[in-house]
Design a protein around this ligand. Structure first.
Ligand SMILES: *[C@@H]1O[C@H](CO)[C@@H](O)[C@H](O)[C@H]1NC(C)=O
Ligand SMILES: *[C@@H]1O[C@H](CO)[C@@H](O)[C@H](O)[C@H]1NC(C)=O
Length: 212
């Protein structure tokens, strides 16, 4: 028994050493985008700025979070009032559900990018065409069911609670927080990401925008 116990203790400490080493790589920088689906500034930010981190390599050091709620208000009766009306509430919820159904940021960003490009194009009522980017038909249905039901509403309540508890409170959308701190210049958030990262900087940081 003593040998077994000693072996277990040994293995446990090897595991601790291994996991300490495994956690050595520097933490990714958390980038949280607070936005609302039909806001032209949000759509422009997503499709003309944020999308760059997926092509310039910055995404390798970023943990990107999208929070589709923005200036919406949760009313006393539990209903949600969106700045750009009912359609915005619907699309916020669709995007929240897409994040839920496709947790991998590469997947849900592809979908949200498509919807937001339609917002820019003025064709967002055709948003279901964005499902074409996903072969898995079952996932389409999951997003639809979520967005028309209680689950979607629950996700929006969560995003609303998060948005409403930000310090400092946001004064407009889009707003970006980098590791929990409001980025002073939304459009230069990449600079804040490179400053916050403690590891070896990817090439994208050499050319990180300092202005828009
Ligand atoms: C938006 O319009 C551009 C230019 O016409 C087009 O290339 C693009 O595919 C459109 N995007 C979507 C998602 O429909
Ligand atoms: C934002 O600006 C304030 C004041 O100029 C500065 O103290 C703060 O560090 C800046 N925050 C970021 C994230 O750059």
């Amino acid at each position: 028994m003593a040998i077994v116990r000693a072996t277990l203790v040994f293995l446990a400490s090897m595991f601790l050493i291994w996991s300490a080493n495994a956690s050595d790589p520097p933490k990714k920088v958390t980038v949280s985008l607070y936005y609302e689906s039909l806001c032209p500034f949000s759509a422009n930010f997503i499709t003309n700025y944020l999308k760059d981190i997926f092509t310039n390599g910055l995404i390798s050091i970023v943990d990107l979070r999208l929070i589709p709620f923005g200036n919406a208000k949760i009313l006393d009766d539990g209903s949600i009032n969106c700045q750009h009306g009912v359609e915005e509430c619907e699309l916020n919820t669709v995007e929240a559900c897409a994040i839920n159904v496709w947790p991998d940021v590469n997947d849900h960003f592809k979908f949200i990018y498509c919807v937001e490009e339609m917002v820019v194009n003025g064709t967002y009522r055709e948003w279901k065409k964005c499902f074409d980017k996903f072969d898995d038909l079952e996932s389409h249905q999951l997003v639809l069911d979520c967005s028309s039901g209680v689950h979607g509403r629950k996700l929006e309540y969560q995003y609303g609670a998060e948005t409403n508890s930000l310090v400092p409170a946001i004064t407009g959308v889009p707003s970006v927080f980098v590791d929990g701190k409001l980025a002073n210049d939304t459009y230069a958030f990449e600079t804040a990401v490179c400053e916050a990262y403690t590891g070896e900087l990817p090439e994208a940081c050499q050319e990180a925008k300092t202005t828009d």
